[in-house]
Design a protein around this ligand. Sequence first.
Ligand code: PHE
Length: 370
Amino acid sequence: MPSSTLRVAFDRRGSVHDGNRAAAGRGPPYGLSLSAPPTMNDDPIAALTSLEAAGLAAFHEAKSPADVEAARIEFLGQKQGKIKAAQERLKSIPNDAKRAYGQRFNAVKMALEAACDSAKSRLDRPESVVGGIDVTRPGHPLPKLGHRHPLTQTAEELIDLFGRFGFSVARGPEVEDTFHNFEALNIPAVHPARDPSDNFYLSEDTLLRSQTSTVQIRVMKNQPPPVRVIAIGRVYRPDEVDATHSFMFHQVEGLMVDKGVTMADLKSVLRMFAQSYLGEDVKIRFRPSFFPFTEPSVEVDMMWHGGDRWVEMGGAGMVDPNVFKAVGYDPELVTGFAFGLGIERLCMRRHGIDDIRLLYQNDARFLAQF
Ligand code: PHE
């Protein structure tokens, strides 16, 4: 066995070292250090084994990348590392023992390099523990803290549905001027709809808009035909508050202008919308009505789920030529339809809510149901 051969060989050499150490212990005669202190294990193979054990322990116990680096320098360092020293020692090993020493040396060196690598990969990653929290752990889903208000849900659904019919969303201000709220909509100064008791005036010529039809004007003044938009938003009217009325509510306004748009298009769009929102069995009915900005004008009624009562959903009609003139469209070239539906009414029908005030009181017990 090579190892036993080695042991004998090194035992012999060990005794030589012992002699040296004894001499060194006595102290050099001229006050000079004549030999390196015998820090190495006298048995070179045993020295490798304890070097290996010490190195492995250092890497295993490393608690930070800095610890690993310190251990790497101590054991694997190119200049002063203990492995380097163990390699140097090969020179002094007798030839017949060199092979065995070399093999063991290689094994130890590989083991320490592997331990160094694994310590590095164990510690050399972003600090996973930050202030006691392991930020790399998968998160816990948050408890459901809330959801959108039923009116907002309805508005989003309307945007989605009309979006599929090619309508984009337009916006306008809630504080409006009388031109957009009245004049341009063919409601002259003497018209009773402008009465101060029917509107929230802020000054002589500004008010909280009483209808989203104002956005029709803003859109058409801003772009040439064709137009296909909806506008959703709040409107204000000094109505007595009860189960079906509020001084503020929401409307969805629709406007489509193009060559050859007819009342049939209006009815089709509203029916498709009603079927999508309220169900396939919806029936839709137009009743003759009057709005200054549409001619002809209709009230839109709907009935669904085999009900026996028509429910008024809003107003609609073909855009009055005077409105086209006010925004600079040529009424000989284009026609269009417009409609305005109450969003509260749609939302209440959909969910079976019987009092409009519930939508504004923000009672969590009520809102949690939708
Ligand atoms: N703006 C009208 C209202 O508030 C509804 C409407 C819109 C009627 C568009 C016709 C066309 O009652």
